[in-house]
Structures are given as structure tokens and as C-alpha cells.
Design a protein around this ligand. Structure first.
Ligand code: 2U9
Length: 333
């Protein structure tokens, strides 16, 4: 038995010293020292030994177990150390390498101008209101005093889902919804920016989807001269101090009287930039405001048109093509 133990020790020592990796080392540990391992196997035969021999062999077996365990731990430690140093080497970070740069985008010119316009009106006491882009015939037309046979209601001019539902053709429905929500209370001073949709063929000055900002003021004693003052302040802030403005009579179903507003450009003469008017009494009444007691004014503008005039952009499609050469020019505006 002593010889078998010695032979086992030599064989195991040789195997442990020459093993190639941590996994094989763990297999050797099981093979020699495990519960069903070879050392345990030999010790099972101890019952056949004489009582004098038993403690001697037992102690030898324990020594061998201790030595093999120690050898295995040493090898384990050396494999682990090697693995760690390899990992550290592989994961070494070269702090002198250039970093990965994430390109920074810029605010879209339309959003830039929307923000500028919002700031100007917020400065005059307006709040910003938003609403749905899919609207009912009632909010888009009926509440705004468009007669049933008005050409704007034509299927050819708007994007209808059903005879009752369509993509809004202006942001006016947001104003109607705001008036309804305020249940007859004043003052109302809002501007409504947002996307609108019309069945136009796209060209340099038309787009089937564009951006509007409309404004609405309702209170006691609101007058055309207040509309004049608000619009002139706005125009001077967007196009520069001293910009001249003129009002021309016009017609909209939702305002009476209605005007078209021009600014004077030294090179091109008078240019139309927005429409406005005193809110039609029928529109106020339908939204729950007594037109005998309250008056209001409203205005509406195409944001693309304002941006095109301000920055000399000649084709509306530039706003939607996502050409970086165009977009990058507005980084520092
Ligand atoms: C309510 C009452 C009145 C909104 C108004 C205009 C005049 C106007 C056009 C300008 C160019 C639209 O983008 S455009 O095609 N808009 O001229 N819009 S007054 O009047 C309202 C809105 C809501 C309740």
C-alpha cells in the first residue's frame, strides 16, 4: 500500500506540474483527491491493514494529500495570475488614443424660428397652446364659420380619413379647443404653433405639409388698434426696428373685418407676410363667448414663409430635404 501511495504521489506530482491550463488542473484535483478519486480509492483498502500499520499508512496518505493540495494551490495561483496579467494586457487602455467623437446636431431652422416667434409673443403676455393634428370637421371648419359648401372643405383640398376626420388644414382648431376649455373666461392670449396639411402639389413655394403659428386674443374691449400694435411689435422684432407694415382688407370666414399684412422690403417692395382680423362674432358665440360682451383678434402666419423672407431661402423644400449643407448654416443663428 505504501508503494501504491508513493506511485500515486509521483504520478500526480508529475501531472500537476506539467498540466497546461486551469481547467485540466481542476480535473486532476478531482481525479486524485476527489471523493471518488484515486487517493480515496487506495485508502478504502485500509481496512485490510493490521492495526499497527493503519496509523502509519493513514498519516502517509494525509501527508501526500497535503502535499498534492499545496502543489495544486500553487499551480492554481500561478494560472490565475497569468490569466489576470493577460487580461490586463488585453484590456490596457491607451489614454493617448483619440476619443470617439459623437457628432453634435443643430436645431432645425424651423424650430429656431418657432422658438424666436414664441419668445416674442410670450414677451407680450401670450401662452403657447398645442393640439391634435388629426381633427374633426367641426373643429377644423364648422366652428370657424366655414359654410358647408366652402371650397376649403373640398375633398380635393384636404387630407380626409373619413367624411368627418381629416388632417388639420390650419392650427385654428387649437384656438377653438382652448376657448371651449376656458368656458367663457377671459383673458385669452395664446399662440398655437404646429404642423398643418393641405393637398397642394409641392413646388418652390408650396408644401403639402407646412408649419403655422396662429394667435388669438379674446377679452373685453379688444380692438383692431391693439392688433395693429401687437403685429408691428412682432414684425420689428423679427425683421428689424423700423420695418414698415401695412394692412390691406381681405376676407376669411373666421374674422370680420379681415386684413392681409405686408412688410416693406427696399428691394422687393411690399411683401405679404401674414393674415389677421377681428374674430367673427359667430366664432366667439359657437365657442361659448358672448360677442356682445367680448371681442377678439386673431392672426395666422406660415412659419416657412417668415423664415424664407428673413434668411433669403428660395425653395421651401430645403426645410424638408435634410441636406446638412443647408441645415449647418443655421448653427449659430
Ligand atoms: C379662431 C378665430 C380666428 C386665425 C387667422 C389668418 C388670419 C390667416 C393664414 C396665413 C397664411 C394661414 O399659413 S397661412 O396660409 N392665416 O391669414 N388666420 S386670422 O384666425 C382665427 C383662428 C381661430 C378661434
Amino acid at each position: 500500500m505504501r508503494e501504491r501511495l508513493q506511485a500515486l504521489k509521483e504520478e500526480a506530482t508529475e501531472a500537476i506540474e506539467t498540466v497546461a491550463d486551469l481547467e485540466s488542473l481542476r480535473e486532476l484535483k478531482v481525479k486524485y483527491l476527489g471523493k471518488k478519486g484515486e487517493l480515496t480509492g487506495i485508502l478504502r483498502g485500509m481496512g485490510k491493514l493490521s492495526p499497527e500499520e493503519r496509523p502509519v499508512i493513514g498519516s502517509l496518505a494525509n501527508d501526500i494529500r497535503g502535499q498534492l493540495e499545496e502543489l495544486i494551490s500553487e499551480r492554481e495561483a500561478s494560472f490565475e495570475e497569468k490569466a489576470l496579467s493577460e487580461k490586463l494586457h488585453l484590456e490596457k487602455i491607451d489614454v493617448t488614443l483619440p476619443g470617439i467623437t459623437h457628432p453634435v446636431g443643430s436645431v432645425h431652422p424651423l424650430n429656431l424660428i418657432i422658438e424666436q416667434i414664441e419668445d416674442i409673443f410670450v414677451g407680450m403676455g401670450f401662452e403657447v397652446a398645442e393640439g391634435p393634428e388629426i381633427e374633426t370637421d367641426y373643429y377644423n371648419f364648422e366652428a370657424l364659420n366655414f359654410l358647408k359648401d366652402h371650397p376649403a372643405r373640398d375633398m380635393q383640398d384636404s387630407f380626409y380619413f373619413t367624411p368627418e376626420m381629416l388632417l388639420r388644414t390650419h392650427t385654428s382648431p387649437v384656438q377653438v379647443r382652448t376657448l371651449e376649455a376656458k368656458e367663457g373666461y377671459v383673458p385669452v392670449r395664446i399662440i398655437c404653433p404646429g404642423k398643418v396639411y393641405r393637398r397642394d402639389d409641392d413646388d418652390a413655394t408650396h408644401s403639402h405639409q407646412f408649419t403655422q403659428i396662429e394667435g388669438l386674443v379674446v377679452d373685453r374691449g379688444v380692438s383692431m388698434s391693439e392688433l395693429n400694435g401687437v403685429l408691428l411689435s412682432f414684425i420689428e422684432k423679427i425683421f428689424g426696428e423700423g420695418t414698415e407694415m401695412r394692412l390691406r382688407p381681405s376676407y376669411f370666414p373666421f374674422t370680420e373685418p379681415s386684413v392681409e399684412v405686408d412688410i416693406y422690403d427696399p428691394e422687393r417692395g411690399w411683401i405679404e407676410i401674414l393674415g389677421a382680423g377681428m374674430v367673427h362674432p359667430r366664432v366667439l358665440e359657437k365657442a361659448g363667448y358672448n360677442p356682445e360682451r367680448y371681442t377678439g383678434f386673431a392672426f395666422g402666419m406660415g412659419v416657412e414663409r417668415i423664415a424664407m423672407l428673413k434668411y433669403g431661402i428660395e425653395d421651401i423644400r430645403h426645410f424638408y430635404n435634410n441636406d446638412l449643407r443647408f441645415l449647418r448654416q443655421f448653427r449659430s443663428v
